[in-house]
Design a protein around this ligand. Sequence first.
Ligand SMILES: O=P(O)(O)OC[C@H]1O[C@](O)(CO)[C@@H](O)[C@@H]1O
Length: 358
Amino acid sequence: MESNAHIVEYWKTQPEVLEACLKNSLPLTENFVKLYKKVSPTHLYLVGSGTSLNAEETAVSFMKEMLDIDVISMPSSYVHNIRGERPLLVFLSQGGSSTNTLKAMEEMAAYPYITVTGEETCEIAARSPHHMIIGCGEEPVGPKTVGYTASVMILYLMAMEAARAVGIIGEEKYAAVRAGLLAGISHMRYNMEAISGWAADHREKLKEIEKYIFIGHGTGAAALKEGCLKVLETIKYPAFSYEFEEYLHGPILAVDDHTGAFLFLSGKLGERERFKRLAECQSKYSEYTFLITDEEGDSDEKTLRIRKTGAMYTEVFEIVVIPQYLAAVVQGYLGIVDGSPLYDEYTALCPTKYRNGK
Ligand SMILES: O=P(O)(O)OC[C@H]1O[C@](O)(CO)[C@@H](O)[C@@H]1O
C-alpha cells in the first residue's frame, strides 16, 4: 500500500480517467449490457462496501432515471429481501478481494449477477460468471479518490448503455447525457484548480478545525458521504455529511466553535436562499463555516467559487474533489501519520480482504 502522501497524485488523474471511461463506454460495459438484455431485470441491486457502496448510493438516482426500473443499493454485509420477478445483482469492489462481498456473492449465487472490479485479475473476478472492469486501473493508496469517481462513472455508463441497447432511451437523450458528463468533467477540472488555491490560502484556518460537516443536496449529499470517509481515513477526525434540510432537523445542534462546516450550495431558488441564510447564521457560531457556491456576485474571502452544470448527475464529479483534496492536504498540514495500529491489529485478527489482500 502506498503512503497517503500519494493521494493527490491519484486525485489529479480523475478528469482524464473519467474522459477515458466515457470514450470506452461500449467495450467497458459490453458484458453488463449482454447480461442485462438476457435477464431483462425488473430490479437492479448494487452491492458493495466502503467507497464502492458510496459510489453505488451516489449512482442510484441516475441509474433509475436511465433504466426506468427500481435500482437499490445494499451493503455487502447485509444483502436482504431481493424482490421482483427478475432481479439482477451487481457486486462492485475496487480491490476485488473484500471478504464480505465474496460472502454476499456466495449467498446470492441463485440470482444472475455480474462483478465489477478495479483489476481484471482478482478473487472476486475469478469466482464470477460475468465480470467487467471499472476502467481506472490500480489505485494502490488506501483512501481511494479516482476509484470512487470512476466507480460512479462506470455505474452511470452501465445504465446509459443498457438503456440505449434496450431502447429505454433514444439517441438524442443518450447524446445529451454524454455531453452533460463531458461538461461536468470540465467543471471538475476547474474546481480542482479552485480548491488547490483556496486550501493554500486558508491553510492556517484549516489547521484549527476539529470536526468536519459536509452539507449538500440530492446526489451531492450522497457524494459528500464519500468526502467524510476520506477525512476519517486521513485526518481521522469526526466527519459527517447531511442533506441540507435533514441537517436542520437535528445535526445542526453539534456545531461548536471548532466545527469546520462546508455548505455546498445547491437546489432550486428557494432552497438556495435557505442555504445562504444558514451559512450566514452558522458563521456566528463557527468561523470555520464555508460556503461553496457556483453563483456569481459578491462574496467574502472565505467563499469558494466553483462551477457546476446544474444537472444532478454531474454534481458528484464537480464537488467530491473538494473534500477529497482537503482530506489529503490537511493530513499533511497537521503531520498526521497514515493508518492506525488499531486498524492493523484488528484486521489481522479479523481480515476484511481475501488472504489479507495479498
Ligand atoms: O471496494 P473494495 O475493494 O471492496 O473495498 C471496500 C472498502 O474496503 C477498504 O479497502 C478498507 O478495507 C476501503 O478502502 C474500501 O472503501
